[in-house]
Design a protein around this ligand. Sequence first.
Ligand code: NDP
Length: 453
Amino acid sequence: MERTNPATGETTETYDEHDDGQVEDRLSRAESTFETFRDWSVAERETTLAEVAALLRDRAAEYAELITREMGKPIAQAEAEVEKCAWVCDHYAEHAGRYLQDERHPSPPGSTVKTVHEPLGPVLAIMPWNFPFWQVFRFAAPYVAAGNVGLLKHASNVPGCALAIEDVFRDAGFPDGAFQTLLIPSDRIDAVLSDPRVEAATLTGSNSAGQAVASTAGENLKKTVLELGGSDPFVVLDDADVEAAATTGAWARNLNGGQSCIAAKRFVVHDAVYEAFVDRFVAEVESFTVGDPMDRDTDIGPQARQDLMEGVHEQVTESVDAGATALTGGEPLDRDGAYYPPTVLADVPQGCPVDAEEVFGPVAAVYRVSNEEAAIEKANDTEFGLGASIWTNDLERGERVAGRIDAGCTYINELVKSDPRIPFGGVKASGYGRELSEAGIKEFVNRKTVWRQ
Ligand code: NDP
């Protein structure tokens, strides 16, 4: 596996894949560790997770640089990512015991009935490169807090991050088998997932990867949580604060170089404020600095891989050929590295790539709609259902509109973001199951009934 810096295109390090024997060692260590780890008290797991948080903060500069060098996000955003990982560890260090408390149920006279929450065992996590620390900690903190053990198959372009995360769990005091990385390509996932020692799987990534994993898990009757793509609408109604919407919207689309499942991708704007919004929005995205991700003034770094950048450009080119107008951007930057400028497309025809597909890069599609009903219709005109952002000065109206949008989360006058305290996940082709909060820790536990007579 290669570590290639997307800012330069240089391969700086290579890692040997784990061979079958090494994978077998890790599976067997996961199984034997689980037998003792499941008996750790929740309090012990909480204390050790707090130690993970502390180590992440101590090593924040080192890990942020690793993230930036492997996938190209601006260094300040990488630092914020490491801090968010520490936050999710702190969150479960504080709340896991409460989330996992026994539940008492009404029961016939003379009996008591409760549900207890027991861990399942080794959980396989297949994770993407876009938030190479956060996506992993988002599953790892709750699942380890619940007493499961984790096996990470990370994206092939971030092997350094994968190994660093394994280190931090071990260094904090978790047993060696509580969190392990498998350096394997995706065509070796089936064998691991089919192994009887693996109890369940969670995947964040593209829909094709989700379908492949869900299908193997289904054949083996294993539970999955899938967090897949999104094409989130950002709805600007006629009574919105246009300036706030445009400023926040520009970030909502371009944070992390636009490579986020919950980025705002389709801007659905009421006719009455369309011109004002688009003028301001284009000015905002044109004000972003695109450049060296190690430079603190950079807002948008390179795309994570050259092939991904070319894929985004193909989606833009095909959409323009189909009739869309590029208001800004639209051509890769003429320099080394996978640089793509923030791009805004208007007059976007229905069914062209930026309309119908997930665009995982800094490309916004803007639509003009004549009324609220048309805005809701356009917002729902997608196979995805991850998040939605709605802008209006009337909060009741905002909630009414939110109630009609098919999405796992809706934000009124705010961009869509994940937060350890709040359930996160999608509907429709964006996947199923929830991460974070109490919902996330309860995805991979045996809710066991205990009846006493
Ligand atoms: P992938 O979905 O291919 O990669 C995500 C993870 O899934 C990686 O660990 C990858 O491993 C693994 N994977 C890939 N194919 C399979 C498979 N058939 N079975 C099991 N696991 C698999 O993302 P890409 O890097 O190729 O990006 C392509 C597109 O996916 C993006 O443009 C974007 O649209 C979407 N995406 C969405 C993300 C999200 O957060 N929802 C995150 C990343 C991508 P390996 O790296 O070894 O192939």
